[in-house]
Every structure is written in structure tokens, then in C-alpha cells.
Design a protein around this ligand. Structure first.
Ligand SMILES: NC(=O)c1ccc[n+]([C@@H]2O[C@H](COP(=O)([O-])OP(=O)(O)OC[C@H]3O[C@@H](n4cnc5c(N)ncnc54)[C@H](OP(=O)(O)O)[C@@H]3O)[C@@H](O)[C@H]2O)c1
Length: 336
């Protein structure tokens, strides 16, 4: 930012649950940001939300928040189908954007959003918070350094049971579905651990009555004989975990995407040596994410995860959906 500002002034578009539960408090707790305003489609809801959560300004529309010159950056926790529109409108209004995952409905939308951010000189990042947890960084470093030999298999899951049918995740027009909502983490962590893009994918889905995938299982094949497989669901008891197996050892992480703030561990198994547990101090991955993004805004730096990385994730998701629609056919992932 041009002026000598120490803190980013944030606004949040909507009274979404994830904002209320995790990201808004993380902004309020952050060392380099303050949550100045919230907007809702319903002015009364915005005012009540602002009062309840100690947010100074309430706007009765998203447009009004984007017009507010006191705001430097917006956090966008809208239904997936609205990410593109409101990110581009925010960029045009000169606001930096931290947008929820998945960044958009497909890779083309992600590219369009990245181009808008570039054109208007603002930062844009997808809010995959788990990447900022110190344990994620540690496991990626362990794999990269060759500690497990050559990675050969990645197994991941993110499932939970949606109790209410009245939820954006079940609405096809809003970009719902298990792969969009939670499978996107499995795709993201598999690509990150692999350090490259899958070449081909296959998937099978259980389609619900509203037309969204309520459960999906997928396979991603990478060069060098590395295979990643995963399952995601809105219909099963909660499980979020992954393992990466190499020629010499494997590593396992439980509560891998939402570990909370308690201390955690990485379990390692190597030959007949038994399990070794690597302790990692807990932290708030949401606060680490918003502080990183605000730091990029304040110091005019590119975020560690550029918006075009989100497009690469979406290319894989699109290929998985195509395979699921074609009854598990092998689908090539386009390179860009
Ligand atoms: N990173 C994470 O840990 C995490 C966790 C959960 C969800 N998410 C992501 O965050 C986003 C929001 O998820 P959520 O579960 O928090 O959603 P949610 O509670 O349903 O909130 C979505 C908000 O969007 C606004 N909205 C605007 N148009 C809407 C429409 N047509 N239908 C419904 N709501 C509409 C509403 O706010 P107003 O009425 O106030 O305008 C609503 O409160 C999604 O992209 C999801 O993938 C991320």
C-alpha cells in the first residue's frame, strides 16, 4: 500500500457461518489487521451481526461496503457461485480480496479473477487455511527433503455429515457438492505433496436429489508412478486425514485440515521400527492465513499461493467431475 499503514482495514461480505466462526475472529485477533465492516443483503442482519461481534460498521449491501473508502481488503465467504462476481467487483473498487475456497466454479473463472486483480493492482488469494498450519509446512518439507524416499501414494479423506437439507452445499446453482466443498482440500493437498500436477484422473460419485455429488471418490495419477486417491462426502461421519507413502517410510496426519489450535503430530512409520511421532506446536491457521495476506497487502508482495494456483486446482476438480459424469472414465487434466 502506498501510505505508511501498519494495519489492513478489512470488510467482510456477508454474515456467513465460516466468517462468524473462524475467519472474522482471526482478523480481529491478527497483529496486522482490523475488522472494520460487515455487509449483508439484509441491512437488519448486518447491524445485528456487527453489534454481536463488535464490528464497527454495518452495510446493508455488498456494494455499499465496496464503496466504503475506509476498507482496504475484503474477505469473501459467499456461496461458491458468487465468488467470481464479487471478487471482480471488489478488485474494480480497488479492494484486495481473500476469497473462500474453492476460488470459483472452474479454472476459467479463476483466471478471470486473477486477471482482474492484476489489472486493478490488488492482491487475491484463495482461503485454503490449512496450508498455513505449521504442521502442513513441516510435512511438505519432510516430503520434499526426501525423508520418506520417493512418494508413491497419497491417501486422503474429508467427509462429514450434513444434518440439514437447507444448505448452500446441496444447491447445484450455488456451486454445491462434496468435491467442491471438501474434496477440494484432498485435491489441493495431493497436488502440494506431489509437487506437480496429475496427468489423468478418474472418479465415481453418488449424486443426490438436488443434482450435486453428495459423495465422491477419486484417483489422480501423476508422473513417476505416484497415485493419489481420496474420498469426500457430505453424508458420512467426519473424517479428515491424509497419508503420504514413500519408498522408505510413510507419514500420517489426523485432523489434517481443521486441527484447531491444540498441539498436533505427524506419525511416521518406517520399516520395522514402529511408529515415531513428530510433535508440532498448535496455532490458529486462520489467523496465520489472514496475517500472511495482510502482510502481502501492506508490503506490496505476492501471496505465497497466487490465484493462478487455484486455477490449477480447479482444472483437476473439473476433470474429476467429468470422469464422475462419465461413469469413471479416465480423463486427462489439461496443463493450462
Ligand atoms: N475455509 C474454511 O474453513 C471454510 C469452511 C466453511 C465454508 N467455507 C467456504 O465459505 C463459503 C461460505 O460457506 P458457509 O458455510 O459459511 O456459508 P453460509 O453460512 O451459508 O453463508 C453464506 C452467506 O452468503 C450470503 N449469500 C449471498 N447470496 C446467497 C444465496 N443466494 N444463498 C445463500 N447465501 C447467500 C449470505 O449472507 P447475507 O445474507 O448476510 O448476505 C450467507 O450468510 C463457501 O465458499 C465455503 O466453501 C470455507
Amino acid at each position: 500500500m502506498s501510505e505508511d499503514r501498519k494495519r489492513v482495514r478489512w470488510g467482510v461480505l456477508s454474515t456467513a457461518n465460516i466468517g462468524r466462526a473462524a475467519v472474522n475472529p482471526a482478523i480481529q485477533a491478527s497483529a496486522n489487521g482490523e475488522l472494520v465492516a460487515v455487509a449483508s443483503r439484509d441491512p437488519a442482519r448486518a447491524s445485528a451481526f456487527a453489534e454481536e461481534h463488535g464490528i464497527p460498521v454495518a452495510h446493508g449491501s455488498y456494494e455499499a461496503l465496496l464503496d466504503d473508502e475506509r476498507i482496504d481488503a475484503v474477505y469473501v465467504p459467499l456461496p461458491n457461485s458468487l465468488h467470481r462476481e464479487w471478487t471482480i467487483r471488489a478488485a474494480r473498487a480497488g479492494k484486495h480480496v481473500l476469497c473462500e475456497k474453492p476460488l470459483a466454479l472452474d479454472a476459467a473463472e479463476c483466471e478471470e479473477m486473477a486477471a482482474a486483480a492484476e489489472e486493478h493492482g490488488v492482491r487475491l488469494m484463495e482461503a485454503f487455511m490449512y496450508r498455513f498450519h505449521p504442521r502442513t509446512e513441516r510435512v511438505v518439507a519432510m516430503v520434499r527433503s526426501g525423508e520418506i524416499g520417493e512418494p508413491k501414494a497419497i491417501r486422503s479423506a474429508f467427509t462429514f455429515r450434513l444434518r440439514s437439507r437447507d444448505n448452500i452445499r446441496l444447491v447445484a446453482e450455488l456451486g454445491g457438492g462434496a468435491l467442491m466443498d471438501v474434496g477440494c482440500y484432498c485435491v489441493n493437498v495431493s497436488r502440494t505433496l506431489a509437487g506437480r500436477e496429475p496427468e489423468v484422473v478418474q472418479a465415481t460419485a453418488e449424486w443426490g436429489p438436488t443434482g450435486v455429488d453428495e459423495a465422491l471418490a477419486g484417483v489422480m495419477r501423476f508422473s513417476g508412478g505416484l497415485v493419489a486417491h481420496f474420498d469426500c462426502a457430505l453424508t458420512m461421519e467426519r473424517c479428515e486425514a491424509y497419508e503420504v507413502a514413500g519408498t522408505d517410510a510413510w507419514l500420517r496426519l489426523d485432523a489434517s485440515f481443521l486441527p484447531g489450535t491444540a498441539d498436533v503430530e505427524i506419525v511416521e512409520r518406517r520399516g520395522r521400527e514402529g511408529e515415531r511421532r513428530h510433535a508440532v506446536s498448535g496455532d490458529d491457521e486462520y489467523r496465520l492465513m489472514v496475517e500472511h495476506f495482510a502482510d502481502c497487502v501492506l508490503h506490496d508482495r505476492s501471496p505465497r499461493y497466487p490465484a493462478r494456483e487455484a486455477a490449477a486446482n480447479m482444472r483437476v476438480i473439473e476433470a474429476l467431475y467429468e470422469s464422475a459424469r462419465r461413469d469413471g472414465a479416465t480423463v486427462a487434466v489439461p496443463s493450462s
